[in-house]
Design a binder for this molecule. Sequence first.
Ligand code: 5GP
Ligand code: ZN
Length: 137
Amino acid sequence: MNRCIFCDIINRESPAEIIYEDEFSIAFMDINPVTPGHLLIVPKKHFRVFTDMDEVSAGELFSAALKVSRAVRRSELKPEGLNLFLAEESAGMQEIFHCHLHIIPRYSGDGFGLKIKYSDETKNQLKINAEKIRKIL
Ligand code: 5GP
Ligand code: ZN
């Protein structure tokens, strides 16, 4: 299955509040914004997850994200900051399996946050875990 709701938006078969589009990427407002101005940058080609992307498409996605992020910061929304968030797989909180990057404008006291549980065990494994990644690169 290489089609989904985001493909339908890209093909103009489902409505969305589109704010930007180029050859590789499209940006539209998230239907359930967590803060005012919350939007999604989406590659036009259907990649299920971020790590399926080719480097050109990923580079273009992040170039578009930079352009749109600057526009959001300069806009009348006047966010005090931004978060960029990308969910991969269900464990990473992905719900729509067409890769996308969230741009979330931030305002003091807006209530958005991540729940974090630090553990000493993970901290103690820092060097070992670094080597597990380093040896693949
Ligand atoms: P994630 O997969 O990163 O967890 O989140 C998917 C995001 O897509 C959610 O923030 C959700 O509100 C948004 N979303 C889901 N369906 C639609 C849709 O049909 N249109 C738009 N504009 N956003 C959607
Ligand atoms: Zn898709």
